[in-house]
Design a protein around this ligand. Structure first.
Ligand code: SF4
Ligand code: SF4
Length: 471
């Protein structure tokens, strides 16, 4: 957007700000931001962290608020249980979420990255704050890192990394609790590692990964790894709201003279404050860049600089390129209209399927290796297995009935008393008089009842001998 200083206006796009010409990492030492947006982000981060650490302990209707129990093949979302049979809801939910993200990004840019993404929240609001507290602001950290090892440096580094690892351990354990449940986690923590070797190894791996990400990898997770970050170039357009430098107002930039006169100059006083606070090491005055996570630190820094020289704030602000370059307000573009229409349809379909989801799911399969049996009574018998999934919070005693066919259904396996959010399997047989069969494969319907209430119906085939044809 703005006029850069390099010979080629877009030379900055050839490389990442945190990697030098030889491919080595350039460590970023951002100055801690101060300002209204930083305070607001701190409040939002505190709420998000409270939710993240508190959610595994919260139950709704006796179910976990959020649990992705892959081992037992059931997920809990907002207290609702989802089984593998609900996979279609997951697929539809994932597509709906993807369209929502595309629409949201097209309109509001990387708002999510700066305010909600756990990577930014943990790095900027937790780990970096600890670093500021122990090692001082950005320039002090740089000095400390360049200084030879001393007693003070050793103590500071040891304290910082101990705290980092302790926090990573806490995050790793919390992360694990979303997959195994808080009770299993507490058991894991209170038992000797040998009793839960897999859980213990997972706990260590998660802790080490989080420690490595937040102590060393840092902003590279956003610029090199995050697929959402890499997609920005196709999701954003000139109408998207991003953290943007108002180059029409700021350029040509130049330092303040003693008298404060700025003939022919824009409002950017070239103080560099926006660059110093940037956690990804970029200069927002070059325009929208892949590395910018929309953290708003440069807005706060620039507003402070503007106030210092008596200029109005907002030289860097949330705005679209169209607004800055042409003074156009945010428009509901055809692309956004299309996304909104698709999203509306998806939300309606998803909500309808969710509401109509049956509380009980029954899966009937022919017993392995069996076809049919001809009985001395003249009846044909087929044997089936049934799996009944109870998605409710109540115990369900289930009975089976054969609907609309001249035959009998007998339960051969255990009673189907299905526990809340549980499954039961059993075996049953169906006998139908041979005279009632007009084809080798008859379609039959089995009804699943609890008391007098029909919960579900299942269609399956009944196999018999080929009926004799009249000569
Ligand atoms: S350019 Fe501004 S908003 Fe973007 S990452 Fe840097 S400080 Fe944050
Ligand atoms: S903080 Fe504002 S005034 Fe200072 S260099 Fe950045 S854009 Fe220019």
């Amino acid at each position: 957007m703005g006029a850069p200083k390099s010979e080629r206006p877009d030379a900055f796009r050839d490389s990442l700000a945190t990697i030098d010409r030889r491919g080595n990492r350039i460590w970023v030492y951002p100055t801690q931001p101060t300002g209204k947006l930083y305070t607001a982000r701190t409040i939002v981060a505190a709420c998000l962290l409270a939710f993240l650490f508190g959610a595994p302990w919260i139950k709704l209707n006796g179910n976990p608020l959020l649990l992705f129990d892959i081992g037992h093949r059931k997920f809990f979302i907002l207290g609702f249980i989802f089984w593998p049979q609900d996979i279609y809801l997951f697929v539809l939910g994932a597509i709906t979420l993807a369209v929502f993200i595309i629409l949201f990004t097209a309109a509001y840019g990387r708002l999510f990255c700066g305010w909600i993404c756990p990577q930014t929240v943990f790095l900027e609001m937790v780990f970096r704050r600890i670093e500021y507290f122990i090692e001082g602001n950005g320039p002090r950290q740089r000095e400390l890192n360049r200084a030879p090892m001393s007693g003070t440096k050793f103590i500071k580094k040891a304290l910082k990394h101990s705290l980092f690892f302790g926090l990573a351990f806490l995050i790793g354990n919390t992360f694990l609790s979303y997959f195994i449940g808080i009770n299993a986690l507490l058991e894991l923590i209170s038992s000797p590692p040998a009793e839960h070797l897999t859980g213990f190894v997972l706990m260590c791996i998660f802790s080490l990964i989080f420690y490595w990400v937040f102590s060393w990898f840092r902003e590279q997770a956003c610029t090199l790894v995050c697929p959402y970050g890499r997609l920005q170039s196709v999701l954003l357009d000139t109408n998207s709201i991003v953290v943007a430098y108002d180059f029409r107002r700021g350029e040509p930039r130049g330092p303040m003279s003693r008298g404060g006169d700025r003939p022919g100059k824009g409002d950017c006083i070239d103080c560099g404050a926006c660059v110093k606070v940037c956690p990804t090491g970029i200069d927002i005055r070059h325009g929208t860049q892949l590395e910018c996570v929309n953290c708003t630190a440069c807005i706060d820094a620039c507003n402070r600089a503007m106030r210092g020289v008596g200029f109005p704030p907002g030289l860097i602000r949330y705005a679209s390129y169209d607004t800055i370059a042409h003074g156009r307000p945010l428009r509901f573009t055809p692309r956004m209209k299309l996304y909104t229409a698709v999203l509306s349809v998806l939300v309606i379909v998803f909500s309808t399927l969710l509401i109509l989801r049956t509380p009980v799911e029954a899966t009937v399969l022919r017993a392995a290796g069996s076809l049919f049996e001809e009985l001395s009574s003249g009846a044909i018998r087929n044997v089936y297995t049934i799996t009944v999934t109870n998605k409710t919070a109540d115990k369900l005693p289930v009975t089976l009935r054969l609907a609309g066919a001249n035959g009998t259904l007998s339960l051969l396996g255990p009673e189907l008393d299905v526990p809340p959010q549980g499954q039961r399997e059993s075996v049953f047989s169906i006998e139908i008089p041979k005279a009632s069969l007009f084809t080798a494969n008859s379609l039959i319907t089995i009804e699943v009842f609890s008391g007098d209430k029909r919960l579900s119906t299942v269609r399956t085939t009944f196999v018999g001998p080929e009926p004799r044809r009249n000569p």
